[in-house]
Each structure stands twice: as structure tokens, then as C-alpha cells.
Design a protein around this ligand. Structure first.
Ligand SMILES: [Zn+2]
Ligand SMILES: [Zn+2]
Length: 354
């Protein structure tokens, strides 16, 4: 097998050859056919996330050793089964749910493997899909995607369920006449505009500083777009929504977008924080009681979310996001383009020719 690996944090990935993996126990080996390049890969590649005020969280401190193979949006074909593996067959075309926990603790048993203290996530802790092959610990993390094109299905495993899971957290706050604001209409925010039509009752408004993304958002069904870099952006939201958004989702996660999200909520509103841009933002303590405001964090999604999204996709309820194909050896270039921002419309998917 061949993998495009991080050899040194932040430096171009290098191709390395290894013997093909032999699955043990319940493991399943996929031949990777499509691997999405996610914006969070840029942070993993750098080796750290920014906590603000000069503080960082390093991947090394989380037990990620180099060389490492990223890639957590994986679709491919089952090519080898461990002696105890069951539930899939050789030749099955599947997507891999990457947010895998230990499988044995209480949260894992509740189906919230995301909260597991001993994660085995593909492409962020264990070797991922920037490779010809990937080892998945159990067949239960593999789902068929018939009715959804393979590349699109791959992007569902991170960007898609990240959008769906955040939207579901706002559903109770947003009635048919209420406004849901999506802050940041990039890859995941863009997916959210599409998926919102299937899972949220209210009207969608989109805030983005990029005029092109705002124009796209209007085409995708946003009833209103706001340039949140304008000094009176909060006032514009208040006026257009008659007192503020019932809920907002911040897909950027910068101090300024969070501040904008908080200030443009109506009383009783909810802000869901998703983006990993990084930094820190002081919030007045009295705003919580005065506005009866909720702020909730949302990270990727559950295996059940992935199942739901694949079903919505199959039923044609979620319009496809724009995808751009590149060869696997172009992974570093794709990461650089994502890092510098703006050069990528939609999602980049690395396609393997086997
Ligand atoms: Zn991702
Ligand atoms: Zn666990």
C-alpha cells in the first residue's frame, strides 16, 4: 500500500510504501477510492489547534505520532476481512464512519462515540484515507451509500454530518416563522444551507464576508445574506429578523464571528459553535440570564447522523455540494489551497485509480 504521510508537521506530505494491511479480529480493510480533504486537516497538518491568547493544543500531546496518514472522509471497497469480521462482504462499496471510540465504554454504548475518552478516529488518531488502503476496526462503521455518488457520500462522513448535527441542535429553537442564521458559507456552512431545507422549519439567512459566497448562498435558498464585516451587521440582522435570529450556527469559530453570533441572537436564542478557526472571545456573564441565551458546541456527528444523511441524500432531499477532484499526490497542494483560503469552491476529493 501507499500512503501520503505527514513526515514533519506543516511540511509537504510524502508518499511512503508499506506492506498491504492484514486485518485482525473484527477489522475490515478498505481499498480507498475517494478521500475528502477537510479544512480540519489543515490544522492536523500544522500539528496544533489554536486555543487563543497564545495557547495551543498539539496533536502530539494527544498521542498522534509521525509519520501520520490523515484523511477522515473515506469511501471505498471492502477488500479484506479479519477472521471475526461480519456484516460486510468483499466487494461492498461503502463509506467509513471515522469518529470511532473505544466501542466499550458507556458513551460508546449509547452511540456517542464522539465523547469517548479513548478515541480511535480514522485520519485524526489512527491512519486515515490519504492512502490506497485503510483499516477499519469493525464493520458496523461501514455504511452502504447506494443512491448517493461515492465522492459526495465520502464528504458526508465529516462535513455532511457536521452540518446535519449542528442543524439538529437548533431545530427546537426555530419555528416556521423564525430565522436561522448560518455564519460562514464555506464547505460545511454551504452543506448546512442545503441540508437545512430538509431538517429545519425556519427561514435561513447567511452571513459571510465574501460577496461570492453570499451570492452562492442566495442561489442555494438563503432568504437574506449579510456582510458580517460591515460595522452595522448586527443591526441589519436585528432589523431583518424583527429582533434577532432564533438560532445561529458559527461555522467559522473566530472571535469576531462568535461575537457577531451572540449579539445578533434574539432573547431565548441559541448559538451553536462548530468552526475551528480558533482564538478566544470574552462574553458578558449577564447576557446569559438577560437574553436567556444558550451556547452549545457541536463536533462532527454520530453514526446515526451519517445513516440519516445518507437516507436524505438517497431520497434526493439534499442537493449535492460542488466537488473538485484531484489526484492523491496533490494532497499537499489541496491543503495549501485550503489554508490560504478562497482557492477552493466546495470540497476537494482525492480520487484513487486502482
Ligand atoms: Zn473533517
Ligand atoms: Zn468509548
Amino acid at each position: 500500500m501507499r500512503a501520503m504521510q505527514i513526515i514533519e508537521w506543516g511540511k509537504p506530505l510524502e508518499a511512503r510504501d508499506y506492506p498491504d494491511p492484514v486485518p485482525q479480529g473484527e477489522e475490515v480493510v478498505l481499498r480507498v477510492e475517494a478521500a475528502g480533504v477537510c479544512h480540519s486537516d489543515v490544522h492536523i497538518w500544522d500539528g496544533h489547534f489554536d486555543l487563543g491568547d497564545g495557547r495551543k493544543i498539539s496533536l502530539e500531546s494527544r498521542g498522534v505520532d509521525l509519520p501520520f496518514t490523515m484523511g477522515h472522509e473515506i469511501a471505498g471497497e471492502v477488500v479484506a476481512l479479519g477472521p471475526q469480521a461480519s456484516g460486510v462482504a468483499l466487494g461492498d462499496k461503502v463509506v467509513a464512519y471515522p469518529w470511532i471510540g473505544c466501542g466499550e465504554c458507556d458513551v460508546c454504548k449509547r452511540g456517542e462515540e464522539l465523547l469517548c475518552m479513548n478515541p480511535r478516529t480514522l485520519g485524526t488518531r489512527k491512519a486515515g484515507g490519504y492512502a490506497t488502503h485503510v483499516v477499519v476496526p469493525h464493520a458496523k462503521y461501514l455504511l452502504p451509500h447506494d443512491g448517493v455518488p461515492q465522492d459526495l457520500a465520502a464528504t458526508y462522513t465529516c462535513s455532511g454530518i457536521t452540518a446535519l448535527s449542528a442543524l439538529k441542535k437548533t431545530a427546537e429553537h426555530v419555528g416556521p416563522d423564525d430565522y436561522l442564521m448560518i455564519i460562514g458559507a464555506g464547505g460545511v456552512g454551504g452543506s448546512a444551507i442545503h441540508i437545512a431545507q430538509a431538517v429545519v422549519k425556519g427561514k435561513v439567512i447567511v452571513a459571510d464576508i465574501d460577496p461570492q459566497k453570499r451570492a452562492q448562498a442566495r442561489q442555494m435558498g438563503a432568504v437574506l445574506t449579510i456582510d458580517n464585516s460591515e460595522p452595522d451587521a448586527v443591526k441589519q440582522v436585528m432589523k431583518a429578523t424583527n429582533g434577532g435570529a432564533a438560532a445561529s450556527i458559527d461555522f467559522v469559530g473566530a472571535p469576531k464571528t462568535m461575537e457577531f453570533g451572540v449579539n445578533s441572537l434574539r432573547k431565548g436564542g441559541k448559538l451553536v459553535m462548530v468552526g475551528l478557526y480558533g482564538g478566544s472571545q470574552p462574553i458578558s456573564t449577564v447576557l446569559f440570564p438577560f437574553k436567556m441565551m444558550t451556547i452549545e458546541g457541536s463536533y462532527v456527528g454520530t453514526l446515526e447522523d451519517l445513516r440519516e444523511l445518507l437516507a436524505l441524500g438517497k431520497e434526493g432531499k439534499v442537493p449535492p455540494i460542488p466537488l473538485e477532484h484531484r489526484a492523491p499526490d496533490q494532497a499537499s497542494a489541496a491543503l495549501s489551497d485550503l489554508k490560504s483560503g478562497g482557492k477552493v469552491r466546495g470540497r476537494v476529493v482525492l480520487r484513487h485509480q486502482h
